[in-house]
Ligand binder design. Structure first.
Ligand code: OSB
Ligand code: MG
Length: 380
């Protein structure tokens, strides 16, 4: 049984080693939203809400998620008993539309709390089977093809199993061509446009077919499954959807319409683990590969993504880069690492999320903190 009696919300600031640019914006310092969840029996876990600083990827931001959790979502969980984490999404969804990342932070935290209490790893609690996950890197838009080639070379040398190149109109075909020419045909390359194109760019995007990409991620609008289906018919390269897949029904729509052939599952974007698992299972039945995307998480969020990516149909490398790719120093001990074969280890033998939070460091980095308690706690 789960019963949350206290939550602590925190914002910490963590500077990226290098600014990360995608077609819709740039981030230099992450505003990271961490949560502490305390069960009435004394168990606790840390969780992360992956909403961004700006609403350029999804409509949510760290500020809207904080508000949604405090005002609408946390009050539904605090002080109530639940049989297990499987039921949490339904409770959070009742008459609250959207706010998936806010819902996910709580829902995933409840899965971790359950794993902690049952003394099993989060990976095992989710039904994960893999012990190591192949890792990919997502390279932001660079100032020139040469600068991108340099970063792609370094990533390849480090052992990454997949290299994703962010693209946008004006910085696409020549950039991808340069990387393919420099690294050769062995390396697994893909491109991610974060919705920067329209269907009228179809002929232009078809030029990318020459570079044997494993996929092109989210070229068109997030609400645009129909046009993605039209675009897919004009491309040899498989489309992968990210922003468009906000729930399991959208995944079904994608499959039915032929709007894409691969799904990037980010548990925050779909509102948590229950829906992530549903999408994973649906795709497995339809032989659609899935992989786990990233949102420039701290090591806390990474633990959740790694656990999810240990499910069997996560058959392509995830955007699960090690801590040192993002930060001078992470907030978890040990930091996340990748071996020379480009694999990240799943902490399957440790209960819960499987890493320790450097609480002293988190305290030092905290710029905003708010405690929420169940009514019964507050009055006793
Ligand atoms: O589209 O996958 C994306 C980061 C922020 C917003 C959107 C995306 C990304 C990434 C980063 O690609 C992946 C990572 O966390 O390493
Ligand atoms: Mg993406």
């Amino acid at each position: 049984m789960l019963r949350l009696d206290r939550l602590v919300l925190r914002e910490i600031r963590l500077a990226l080693k290098e600014p990360f640019r995608i077609s819709s914006g740039i981030v230099t310092e992450r505003r990271i939203f961490l949560l502490e969840l305390y069960d009435v029996d004394g168990a606790m876990t840390w969780a992360e809400c992956v909403a961004g600083e700006m609403p350029n990827y999804s409509p949510e931001t760290i500020d809207t998620a904080w508000f949604a959790i405090r005002e609408w979502l946390a009050p539904r969980l605090l002080g109530r008993s639940f049989d297990g984490p499987e039921v949490i999404r339904g409770v959070l969804d009742q008459n609250v539309r959207g706010h998936n990342m806010a819902k996910a932070a709580l829902e995933m935290g409840m899965w971790a709390l359950a794993a902690t209490k049952e003394e099993v790893s989060l990976s095992q609690r989710l039904g994960g089977t893999r012990e190591r996950i192949p890792t990919g890197i997502s390279l932001g838009i660079q100032s020139s093809p040469d600068a991108l080639v340099q970063r792609a070379r370094a990533a390849f040398a480090q052992g990454y199993r997949k290299i994703k190149l962010k693209i946008q109109p004006g910085q696409d075909v020549e950039y991808v061509r340069a990387v393919r020419a420099a690294l050769g045909t062995e390396v697994h390359l893909m491109a991610d446009a974060n919705s920067a194109y329209t269907l009228s760019d179809a002929d232009h995007l078809a030029q990318l077919d020459a570079f044997d990409l494993i996929m092109i991620e989210q070229p068109l609008g997030r609400d645009d499954l129909v046009r993605h289906a039209k675009l897919q018919k004009r491309l040899k390269t498989r489309l992968c959807l990210d922003e468009s897949i906000t729930d399991a029904d959208r995944a079904e729509d994608m499959i039915e319409l032929g709007a894409g052939k691969i799904i990037n599952i980010k548990p925050g974007r779909v509102g948590g683990f229950a829906v992530s698992k549903a999408i994973h299972d649906l795709c497995e039945r339809h032989q659609i590969p899935v992989w786990c995307g990233g949102m420039l998480e701290s090591g806390v969020g990474r633990a959740y993504n790694v656990a999810l990516a240990s499910l069997p149909n996560f058959s392509l490398p995830g955007d699960l880069s090690p801590s040192a790719r993002y930060w001078e120093r992470d907030v978890v001990i040990p930091e996340w690492t990748m071996d020379a074969e480009g694999m990240v280890r799943v902490p399957r033998d440790e209960p819960g999320i499987g890493i320790t939070i450097d609480t002293g460091r988190v305290d030092d980095l905290t710029v905003k903190r708010e405690g929420l308690e169940s009514q019964s706690m507050a009055t006793r």
